[in-house]
Design a protein around this ligand. Sequence first.
Ligand code: UD1
Ligand code: CA
Length: 459
Amino acid sequence: MTTATELTSGNAAAVVLAAGHSKRLRSEQPKVLHGVGGRPLVSWVVQAAREVGCAPICVVVGSGADQVRSVLDSAGAGDIVWVEQPEQRGTGHALSMARGVLRSEGLALVLSGDAPLVRPGTLSALLEAAAAGWGSLAVADLPEPGSLGRVAREGDRLVRIVEAADADEDTLALRTVNAGHYALPVPEIFEWLEKVDASNARGEFYLTEAVSAAAREHPVAAVRLEDASEALGVNSRADLAAVQRVFYRRAVDGLLAAGVTVLDPETVWIDAGVTVGVDSVLHPNVTLLGASSVGSGCTVHSGAWIRDSVLDDGVEVLPYSVLDGARVASDCTIGPFARLRPEAVLEDGAKVGNFVEVKKATLGPGVKASHLAYLGDASVGAGANIGAGVITCNYDGKKKSRTVIGEGAFVGSDCILVAPVEIGAGAYTGAGSVITKDVPEETLAVGRARQKNIKRRPR
Ligand code: UD1
Ligand code: CA
């Protein structure tokens, strides 16, 4: 006999049911490609299966199959076996499509591609419970079970699953729901599926019908989820919002446990995988997305929107700043109302103030650009000062050119630097200059019309 430990260490298959569009979502996109926590719904389910060592991982796709494939293949490890379900005729029908690829005997995890909150630990528990009997399913007690299938059980043993659409009032009143994740024996489950018909409210071949029928003859374990949110699936835009909220909440809880102060956990949006160092403080309405990381001792104020950016220790992001693909070294100050675009690099202690935009530009240590500037395709040497209203003219209508500003240079307010151009170290440009020629080191450049004062005619 196979022991549970062996099963959880990697010889179970997984079948993720992920076919089709959802009418209730009213979307052009296949349902499982809708994003939560920064990734498509289905990719979370696939990842959980991967984490418990399932092989093969089969994903059943139908309408929009090409889209689902290309999204998962481009992000994934190339370990997915694709199964086509040409017409979406129900979850039981979807699973039966995988029969040809599940040739060996053993347990298969059968997972709903639209229920992304399931944790790897739950999948291990399902395999363990199934190994001790015939099969298992995850159930949860929800105060508002909505459209989820209702579960009748005796202790830990499943009696039957009834779909909400087919349930009478008493059954609808049950609070225990089917989370849509199972561990089932192959090939036996396929034999039960053959006996299922579509005489139900939705006219579909239900997997739940086959599992219920099997449960009349075999012990099917109902594994109760400690964290009922794992049972949430996405059948509507409202469900999508609810699931998204749980993702953000899980990320915030992770940060709180790791020593980060989050002043208002309900308003902070953080993608899974974002890291924040100890003693950093996140103010309300902060958004941290994608492959972002924030060091320790940082403060991120309200309204900051940060994506795919790396912030070292002691950085302060003042309100309403946008950072996208930026790299910020220790002790920099950004904002309020600053915008760092891709390949903006701020070295130690640089300061970018209000209404300053930085793109593909490196600001050396201690550089200050405090007000109203555009620095694109540029490098600015250590300690240089960029005055208010300075613009690098990096684009001549055909090509982009670079501006190089040397260490300790002082670029006066409202200077226009027409690239390609170089301002030497320690050079100084007079306010309002249009600089079209290189300025040597330690030199004052003035490129503007001299002021004339002309006496007014007598009135
Ligand atoms: C299903 C369960 C319900 C459970 C809920 C958990 C059935 C009949 N009902 O209901 O008991 O509480 O999940 O979330 O199984 N799919 C296909 N092909 C199809 C139909 C569905 O691949 O022909 C996929 C969908 O893409 C989806 C998953 O299977 O990811 C579940 O299907 P869905 O129609 O959303 O089932 P529910 O009504 O939510
Ligand atoms: Ca569903």
